[in-house]
Design a protein around this ligand. Structure first.
Ligand SMILES: [Zn+2]
Length: 428
């Protein structure tokens, strides 16, 4: 080691107490500033984002990313995490007209043990902030081991290994990284060398150092081994024979954004406003009901009155025909996955019904026109969707011009699955 590096190690060692305190204050100051900027940014985006997917993308890209870099180095305490989770709940689940109020504890329509899951499993790919933070620390330590193995330590890293060898920790953050890595190793990789032997880093099946993503998903899978279902979802499975979570794979493959969002929230039981209304009398038709989802979307007289029109609209636009509008019809996993028109049509119709239901339950603005079930709107939305899909396929074909097999396959797929009886637009 050069004289220079010795000097700088000594500098770390001799860091005066006052300076350590200053660093801690600085850390709290920075975290507070980051949390404030996340709140501001979510406040600005709140009115822009409509679907859950858009909200999640904004949350991760524009808000939580500010935290990521910082979390490699420092930790949020439980108060910070609680504060952030509160603003996230507000952003994801409260209605657009509500601005964020610090003192208020926001309710979630989806608890964390469901929200963490993939979209295709009925989750929204939410981050568990506490867990992510732990993953960062493990990743940090694992990376240190990799650097050490390759003999690439800089002065600071040399100093870290000195502390690890002697188990005498001067750096709080190093201590945290070490502790988390040890726990992680004991649980998931008990065969891997213990830290006091200064082993190589833990590697994945491709012999690469574990990625942050891999560490995080191992930790998550331990915490929640599968998505817990709500009482309403259990009811859908047992009484109504709905294939959960398979249905979310089908919903995930539909293309109409608002429609997909509404049908997803119907089956994941996360629609705002109606989620907690149950075992009561319907404000629209006065009948009593126990399950708000089944009632407002299927059994309510509001829907029964337009059932014929819904059925006729579907049968006009789709090759797959139905007799009634019910849970079986809405269960898009019953249809062949290739029935693109049918499953997208169900999402579009469910969304139209939701607009009508919201108006009847919540509208206070008398000047707003009453939404009706209009087959022409459904037809227009469907036809726009087909055109958009055609455009996307044509783009792909353009890029694939040199590969005849691919081009033909794309054509066949579109021409088989995206045609409607009223408006066929095959690619020649
Ligand atoms: Zn009703």
């Amino acid at each position: 080691m050069s004289t220079d590096s010795k000097v700088s190690i000594d500098n770390y060692r001799k860091l005066p107490q006052k300076e350590v305190l200053f660093k801690l204050e600085l850390h709290v100051y920075i975290i507070t500033a980051i949390i404030k900027s996340i709140k501001d940014s979510l406040g600005r985006w709140k009115s822009q984002a409509i679907t859950m997917k858009a909200k999640m993308a904004i949350l991760k890209t524009y808000a939580l990313s500010r935290l990521s870099y910082h979390q490699y180095i420092d930790s949020l305490n439980t108060d910070h995490i609680e504060e952030l989770n509160n603003v996230i709940k507000w952003f994801l689940f409260s209605s657009i007209k509500h601005t964020y109020i610090e003192e208020k504890k926001y309710r979630t329509l989806m608890t964390m043990d469901r929200a963490f899951g993939e979209w295709k499993d009925g989750g929204i790919k939410m981050w568990d902030l506490g867990m992510r933070q732990v993953a960062f620390k493990i990743w940090n330590m694992n990376r240190l081991l990799e650097i050490n193995k390759n003999n690439l330590n800089n002065t600071l890293q040399e100093w870290y290994f000195e502390q690890i060898r002697s188990s005498d920790y001067k750096s709080i953050s190093l201590r945290e990284n070490v502790d988390q890595w040890k726990t992680f190793r004991n649980i998931f990789f008990p065969q891997h060398g213990k830290l006091r032997t200064i082993p190589d880093c833990i590697r994945n099946s491709k012999n690469r150092p574990l990625k942050l993503k891999e560490i995080y998903s191992l930790l998550l899978s331990k915490k929640f081994n599968q998505i817990r279902k709500t009482e309403g979802q259990k009811d859908l499975i047992i009484r109504h024979n709905i294939n959960l979570p398979i249905i979310f794979q089908f919903i995930n493959q539909t293309s109409h954004q608002k429609g997909r969002n509404t049908l997803f929230r119907f089956f994941s039981r996360t629609l705002p406003g109606i989620n907690y209304i149950r075992n009561t009398q319907c404000k629209i038709c006065n009948n009593r009901f126990s399950d708000p989802y089944i009632h407002f979307f299927i059994d309510c007289n509001n829907i029964k009155n337009i059932e014929t029109s819904i059925v006729e609209t579907i049968n006009k636009l789709s090759f797959l025909k139905i007799r009634h509008w019910n849970l079986d019809t809405m269960n898009v996993s019953n249809a062949n996955k290739k029935e693109k028109i049918y499953i997208n049509l169900i999402t579009i119709i469910t969304h139209q019904l939701w607009i009508i239901i919201c108006y009847k339950l919540f509208n206070e603005d008398v000047t707003k026109p009453i939404p009706l079930f209009d087959p022409l709107i459904i037809e227009k939305e469907t036809s726009n969707l087909i055109k958009l899909e055609k455009f996307k396929v044509m783009k792909k074909i353009e890029q694939n011009l040199n590969n005849n097999n691919n081009t033909n396959l794309l054509k066949i797929k579109f021409n088989n699955f995206w045609q409607s009886p009223t408006n066929p637009i095959p690619i020649p």
